[in-house]
Ligand binder design. Structure first.
Ligand SMILES: C[S@@+](CC[C@H](N)C(=O)[O-])C[C@H]1O[C@@H](n2cnc3c(N)ncnc32)[C@H](O)[C@@H]1O
Length: 288
């Protein structure tokens, strides 16, 4: 098959024409090198679609003009580009099995302890706040001491949303009823109904920009649990391995690493991790 044929044919021509395979190739190569995100050729149309907004805002005429601009090293635009390219789908209490696991294991394993958790690839904060609600519920009953949940992401836009902690009312449907009552504030405006995470939960969280693809993370402390869920899936095996090894360096011995249910760490050369439950790994001692 020739290289031109491997690219998906755009279904619609955008107001800026089509993203040419050559421009897609240089952009996707750059995105892979800088952010580890693997964009196979079949994603050409998706990339074209997502970049349209940037071209419009920059008043540009073609994708070639955009590719030239961003690849000249315009750092601000590089970050804006990654914001539109990355997929930020998330939910409160996503993948319930992990929360069931936590409810069982935390009182047994970490009774009375102060816990630190990291959501790596936290998107707009729902994962961080779900974990914080679960931990706050344990803290209120003196099952654990204090806790902190940190979220990091490569998109400044989603981090802003996370920090604001305001969500459409319908998102609350995913939050268990007892938590909804205790940990959510409701807007008075009935026409634009919104929820906000209560201040006692918000103050236990922090959000920071971080590019996981570097494999080196600057945290002063290590974590009892790290959640890197539905994020590794955007990386290829080489980057996944680098990221998981980097995360492991910040996981306390005996601590847990959670990945998405469809992200088994198979075919990876990673020492010191043991699968203990579906998509939950424990850091174990490893000697050569
Ligand atoms: C699909 S969301 C997953 C959110 C949440 N963990 C969950 O499971 O619901 C993936 C997130 O990973 C982030 N991401 C992608 N590449 C990244 C990178 N190189 N460094 C840090 N975050 C990245 C995206 O911006 C996005 O918000």
């Amino acid at each position: 098959m020739t290289s031109a044929k491997k690219h998906s044919t755009p279904k619609f021509t955008s107001p800026f024409g089509n993203l040419k395979p050559a421009d897609f190739n240089r952009l996707s190569q750059f995105i892979y090198t800088e952010f580890g995100i693997h964009l196979p050729e079949k994603k050409l149309y998706l990339v074209q679609n997502r970049l349209t907004k940037r071209l419009r805002e920059l008043n540009m005429e073609s994708y070639t003009e955009y590719a030239d601009y961003v690849l000249q090293g315009n750092k601000e635009e590089v970050l804006k580009m990654i914001e539109v390219i990355s997929t930020n789908k998330t939910d409160f209490f996503r993948e319930q099995r992990h929360f069931d696991f936590l409810s069982e294991v935390i009182p047994e394993k970490w009774k009375g302890e102060n816990l630190k958790l990291w959501s790596a690839g936290c998107s707009s904060g729902q994962e961080v706040y779900s974990l914080a609600m679960l931990l706050e519920n344990f803290r209120e009953r003196n099952i654990i001491g204090d806790y902190q949940v940190c979220g990091t992401d490569v998109s400044a836009r989603v981090l802003e949303q996370a920090q604001l902690a305001v969500y459409p009312y319908k998102y609350a449907e995913d939050i268990p009823e007892p938590y909804r009552k205790k940990y959510l504030l409701k807007s008075k405006d009935q026409t634009h109904s919104k929820i906000r995470i209560a201040p006692n939960i918000r103050k236990k969280t922090c959000f920071t920009w971080m590019n996981l693809a570097t494999g080196m993370y600057n945290f002063p402390e290590d974590f009892h649990m790290i959640f890197c869920r539905n994020t590794l899936i955007y990386f290829d095996l080489t980057v996944q391995q680098k990221v998981v090894n980097g995360l492991l360096e910040h996981l306390l011995p005996g601590g847990y690493l959670f990945v998405g249910h469809s992200e088994a760490l198979i075919n990876m050369n990673i020492k010191g991790l043991k699968l203990i439950s579906p998509s939950v790994y424990q850091k174990i001692e490893y000697h050569e």
